[in-house]
Design a protein around this ligand. Structure first.
Ligand code: ADP
Ligand code: MG
Length: 524
């Protein structure tokens, strides 16, 4: 027997009609709803296994479009990034942008794909106002990359998601339905901008796994400079194919495709809702139909857009105006040699070789420039944990406060590492470094930290004679407290230490000061 709050109970009872609700009145006046369950009658949701495959469209960061020379950048005055090829004037011929190939191959190598040797293009036909040619040039049988995988981490466990293919294609224009009340407005600037579509096998088993996969793909695309990953502006888009099957079944259920997911969080919400909806349909004796659905982010539900087209409906045929693009092994090797260390490699290295906690390694590998900064910093100090802490806390705090990228961080690796080494040598205390020397370095980044520390009198005072005279002065000035200490109020030692540190402007070496203080108190 399980209890739910009333709202859940009613929702579930309408969902799963064969469940019984028992209502009872507790003696404190609260109405209890109990959800009755026995061995033969278990919660339907737990009987089903979600199965998910994702299709991710990423706009490539090329300067020009994929088959024509116009600007590929986001935005601009509507219908200004246009030319005769991208609007499909008769007699024009597309030609292939090599930069798009390079970026697609990069992503393929980073996701352990095979790279296609002979790349052909196809026309995919459909009739829509924002598709000026009446067809989209895409790859059908020969995707540029195929048979790869990406590892994701969910709840501390690693899971491999197979990538079926990555293919190159051109984007369509954009229709806007909500500016003019009577008309749909079409902006063709985006028509012909290069995309890769990354398609997984149906290996994803939960909304959380889908979330982790998309976040990892986005990180990788940004890391490699392939796509800016901006889901709000639509340069990264994700469609989720969702089905459910009874646990232990060997055949997948019928899938529905959910579009319009404009954030990683909305992908998760949409899948959660869609899985519940399909279970409800099946549990109510109905059938899930193959269709395209849209996600309404305001109320967290999906709704039907249209029944799904089959491949036949698109009348695919080979693009006759583009010769096949041939990719040689030496070309692939060349790109491979330019690939930077990937986030997952660095993540493992930071844990295994630098001894960092997984949480630090994760933060440091979220963005390539941050990871690179940390790596460069560790070229000048072996105190990896301290280097990680300075990057994660102090450097990030500065970047957040100023709203700038790490490229604008004023202190060099040498100087920041110098600061870390000064703390390790005891030349400055951590507190002084954190509160005074680091802020001073931000203002005068050209100065070495040691020079600055000397100028500002921040070098830790370890001279026992100097500390001794400060301690003596404090004890002489506070005879009452000294007497109380001798009468057994031993915690006053902290009070004296506070005064010593204050009198030394924070630079007295606390260890030496404690030792001197104890000696002097015992002499009295
Ligand atoms: P289409 O061209 O119709 O979109 P694809 O074969 O390219 O079809 O598959 C699209 C996506 O659907 C892939 O990511 C694939 O993993 C996923 N998929 C296929 N079958 C199922 C299923 N039964 N349940 C969930 N996802 C599925
Ligand atoms: Mg598809």
């Amino acid at each position: 027997m399980a209890c739910y709050v009333a709202g859940d109970c009613f929702r579930l009872s309408s969902l799963f009609h064969h469940f019984k609700i028992k209502q009872s009145l507790r003696n404190d006046g609260i109405v209890l709803y109990q959800y009755l369950q026995n061995e033969t009658n278990i919660l339907p949701y737990h009987n089903y296994q979600p199965v998910i495959g994702l299709e991710v469209h990423a706009q490539l960061l090329t300067e020009s479009k994929i088959f024509s020379p116009e600007i590929a950048a986001y935005g601009g005055e509507p219908n200004t990034h246009l030319g005769p090829i991208s609007v499909g004037h008769p007699g024009t011929l597309p030609f292939f942008n090599k930069k798009a190939l390079e970026l697609a191959v990069k992503m393929g190598l980073a996701t352990h794909c095979q790279i296609q040797e002979r790349n052909e293009f196809s026309r995919k036909h459909y009739f829509y106002a924002d598709l000026p040619k009446g067809y989209q040039i895409t790859q059908m049988d020969t995707p540029i990359c195929y048979s790869g995988h990406l590892d994701i981490e969910v709840n501390g466990e690693t899971k491999r998601i197979r990538i079926n293919r990555i293919h190159l294609e051109e984007d369509a224009g954009k229709s806007t339905h909500d500016i003019d009340p009577n008309n749909t407005l079409v902006d063709l600037n985006r028509a012909g901008t290069p995309l890769i579509e990354i398609v997984t096998e149906p290996d994803i088993r939960s909304a959380d796994e889908a979330y982790a996969y998309l976040a990892e793909i986005r990180k990788l695309l940004r890391w490699l400079g392939i796509c800016d990953g901006n889901m709000e502006e639509g340069s990264l888009r994700c469609d989720a194919n969702v089905s459910v099957m009874l646990k232990g079944a060997t055949q997948y259920g019928q899938r529905a495709e959910v579009k319009n997911l404009n954030s990683v969080r909305n992908l998760k919400r949409a899948i959660e809702h869609e899985v519940m909806r399909q279970i409800e349909v099946i549990d109510g004796g109905g059938k899930v139909i193959q269709e395209t659905r849209s996600f309404d982010a305001d109320n967290g539900t999906t709704f039907s857009l249209r029944s799904k087209e089959d491949a036949d409906d698109y009348r695919y045929f080979p693009e006759p105006d583009l010769p096949p693009v041939l990719v040689s092994q030496s070309y692939i090797d060349g790109i491979n040699s330019t690939l930077p260390a990937l986030p997952q490699e660095l993540y493992k290295k930071f844990i295994n070789e630098h001894g960092l906690p997984a949480s630090d390694a994760k933060i440091l590998t979220e963005e390539r420039d941050i990871a690179l900064f940390y790596v460069n910093l560790t070229g000048f100090t072996n105190n990896y944990k301290a280097a990680a802490n300075w990057v994660i806390h102090n450097v990030q705090a500065y970047l957040n406060e100023k709203g700038v990228e790490i490229a604008k961080f004023p202190i060099t690796f040498e100087h920041l590492a110098g600061l870390i080494n000064m703390i390790d040598d005891g030349a400055v205390s951590y507190t002084i470094a954190n509160q005074q020397l680091f802020p001073a370095m931000l203002l005068q980044p050209q100065k070495a930290p040691r020079v600055l520390a000397e100028e500002l009198n921040l070098i830790q005072q370890r001279d026992v004679a100097v500390i001794g005279s400060i301690v003596q002065q404090i004890l002489d000035n506070n005879p009452n407290e000294v007497a109380r200490f001798h009468n057994g109020e031993l915690k006053l030692q902290g009070f004296f230490m506070g005064l010593v540190m204050k009198a030394s402007k924070g630079i007295a070496d606390p260890k030496a000061a404690t030792q001197v203080l104890i000696e002097k108190l015992n002499q009295k």
